[in-house]
Write a protein that binds this ligand. Structure first.
Ligand SMILES: [Zn+2]
Length: 235
């Protein structure tokens, strides 16, 4: 069983439907994909797209709710998050500082929901998606499992600081390679790494190949490709 923890539906900048993801999954032997909307013009459109994915009621998809935390009050979250397997946050696209105290209620809600939070993280031209800075979230909300997207930019400082935090995970999308995965499995561990493609922004076959080609044990590949995600999502 192979689980891709990071895929998207949407229209812009690239069109991707559940059918497109399913066709790719079939072609490359991926059994389940966690899916959330890509960037949308408004929070209500993010929520509508998240709900559309959920209403497909297709066991191949694990649906993550994406919304703009600036626009959704914590009291509304209760009503809209029913049935989702996790939450997707994108501080750069939705322009928010996740460490701002005003989002405390939202993170407490995630903790109570007991579902993982996939958070976009990258060293890029935006301060609030910095993986090292966002580790404070994992310290503050120790009851939530955080999956840092894009291999936390493969930041040395991130992996050093995250080592002691057992609620911190990374996905392998975009910013990793077979050798980088090998190196981080040795120093950080395979038990906190999840296969993610960021489809359609990357390609499931290419992203899968990075793990297959890494010089690590088969048992470690199985953790990255399947068992870590299965544990986090209780499947
Ligand atoms: Zn993403």
């Amino acid at each position: 069983m192979v689980i891709d923890i990071h895929t998207h539906t949407g229209n812009k900048p690239i069109r991707s439907t559940l059918n497109d993801i399913a066709a790719s999954m079939k072609a490359y032997g991926i059994d389940k994909s966690a899916v959330s909307p890509m960037r949308q013009p408004s929070s209500s459109m993010l929520i509508a797209e998240s709900k559309r994915n959920l209403s497909a009621n297709d066991a191949r998809f694990l649906c993550f709710l994406r919304f703009d935390p600036n626009r959704v009050h914590v009291d509304e979250l209760m009503g809209i998050s029913n049935g989702f397997d996790g939450f997707k946050l994108h501080p750069r696209s939705e322009k928010f500082n996740p460490l701002d105290k005003k989002f405390k209620g939202m993170f407490r809600f995630f903790e109570d929901a007991g579902k993982p939070v996939l958070i976009h993280s990258r060293k890029e031209d935006y301060p609030y998606s910095d993986p090292v800075m966002m580790l404070k979230l994992a310290k503050r909300y120790a009851g939530t499992n955080f999956i840092f997207g894009h291999f936390a930019s493969d930041s040395d400082r991130f992996f050093d600081d995250a080592y002691a935090l057992d609620n911190v995970f990374v996905d392998t999308s975009i910013v990793s390679s077979p050798k980088i995965i090998e190196f981080r499995v040795d120093s950080f561990g395979a038990d906190r790494m999840l296969f993610g493609s960021d489809f359609p922004f990357s390609d499931q076959e290419i992203e899968l190949l990075k793990i297959k080609k890494a010089g690590i044990k088969d048992s470690q590949k199985d953790m990255i490709l399947h068992s870590n995600a299965a544990r986090l999502l209780s499947i």
